[in-house]
Design a protein around this ligand. Sequence first.
Ligand code: ADP
Length: 161
Amino acid sequence: MSHNKRIAVYPGSFDPITNGHMDILIRASRLFDHVIILIAENGAKNSRFDVVARQKMIAEAISDAKLENVEVDVTSGLTVEYAKRIGANHLIRGLRAVTDFEYEFKLAAANSFIDPDIDMIFFMAKNDFDFISSSSILEMADGGVDVSSLVPKSVIKYLKK
Ligand code: ADP
């Protein structure tokens, strides 16, 4: 029997974090001893919030949800390399409807090419959250729609800025 802690990394842009992300995070936190939600800095993507703001929103959401085995971190490198470095064997991702499948399928293949020992685990989006993406949140909030039931409380004040 192994006494090694089971650690997972949940990487993404989280620009900003939504209740869809939170649902995946909560479910992953029940399956693993420790989960790191990892902001992957992606130079190619234009982001609305800087990494520091995204990290603050996530840290507050984790604390409000009382997820004691979850931490937030940032990387500018490959998530697989990050996972290896901290001794995590699994990457968590979420799947909405059919739209995410092709992208995630390719990502899983690329990650497996980099390191076949690190496996990806997919959680199906809940129906209620299926339509939520960071970009749809930003569009709705910019258009004056009340999105307070779709994002953690910590995100609302940043959307108002
Ligand atoms: P990325 O830019 O890496 O796709 P995102 O922050 O957009 O980062 O998403 C991170 C992960 O969370 C992805 O696997 C994405 O499919 C998943 N995800 C995003 N929104 C939802 C949602 N509403 N329900 C379930 N999973 C989601």
